[in-house]
Design a protein around this ligand. Structure first.
Ligand SMILES: [Zn+2]
Length: 261
């Protein structure tokens, strides 16, 4: 505390310092949140699976927009959405990516499927204008909550067959912003970004900023806290709070001039 301060000035000073501390924490938290989400999107893609949380309850089945593009499949059965974070969830450590897979399939009754296995569809457009199955992968990014996502829709075929193309176009149109944007052509190759996610979960975004800001607040608080502890310890041992000179009965340190605290 600066010398010559009245108690009113002092309390106003500490209030100002607290506000500044909070504002700095929020600004830093915002930066950390943006930077980390950017790193996840640009470099880490959950494309390899090592962990599963098993099948999700069907009442949480999303996204429902696909039901419009594949109503004939939906009527039969919605199959096992599964969730995982691929190679980036190591020892249950969540770093902010998840991949949820949704499958719609035509033939299910005869062949029960194991959760987590991929749908391999064989769609012959010359025989049917409807695919045997539609698979939708939702990739979500953000820590601790997922804030940005994009969806990939597959029918098992990627030919230039007009029927297949039309089906995909229809699915993409229904997906809207959920589909994300194409990878910008000017991106250097070391950036492994697949698509640009533009579907935002605002609630999760706000919560993430709060969490990151709280972490920054704690980190910023550690140094002043350590300093306060050090001063208290030196005072109790009768040492100069600045240079540890033993003060005995002196009111000011003869070494560095610091007044006794
Ligand atoms: Zn001193």
């Amino acid at each position: 505390m600066r010398p010559g301060m009245t108690s009113r000035m002092r309390s106003r000073f500490s209030l100002y310092r607290t506000i500044r501390h909070i504002v700095t924490s929020i600004a830093l938290g915002l930066v950390c949140c943006v930077v980390w989400t950017g790193v996840l999107i640009a470099f880490l893609h959950p494309n390899s699976w090592t962990s599963k949380t098993g099948p999700l309850p069907l009442d949480q089945f999303e996204p429902t927009y696909l039901e419009q593009v594949a109503p004939e499949l939906v009527q039969i059965l919605k199959l096992y959405p599964t969730e995982g974070s691929g190679i980036y969830r190591v020892y249950s450590l969540d770093i902010g990516i998840s991949h949820t897979m949704y499958s719609y399939r035509r033939t299910t009754a005869s062949r029960p499927r194991t959760p987590g296995t991929r749908v391999r569809t064989v769609w012959d457009p010359t025989r049917s204008d409807i695919p045997d199955g539609v698979e939708l992968s939702r990739y979500e990014y953000g820590w601790p909550f997922r804030t940005l996502s994009f969806d990939e829709i597959r029918t098992g075929l990627s030919t230039t067959d007009p029927l297949v193309m039309a089906y995909h176009q229809k699915a993409y149109a229904l997906a809207g912003p959920n589909r994300g944007l194409d990878r910008p052509a000017w991106l250097p190759s070391f950036v492994t970004l697949r698509r640009v996610p533009i579907a935002v979960n605002w609630q999760a975004l706000i919560l993430n900023i709060v969490v990151w800001s709280a972490i920054c607040y704690v980190i910023l608080s550690i140094r002043p806290l350590l300093r306060a502890m050090r001063i208290r310890r030196r005072k109790s041992r009768g040492l100069c709070i600045d240079c540890r000179y033993p003060l005995e009965e002196l009111t000011q340190c003869p070494e560095c001039g610091t007044p006794r605290g």
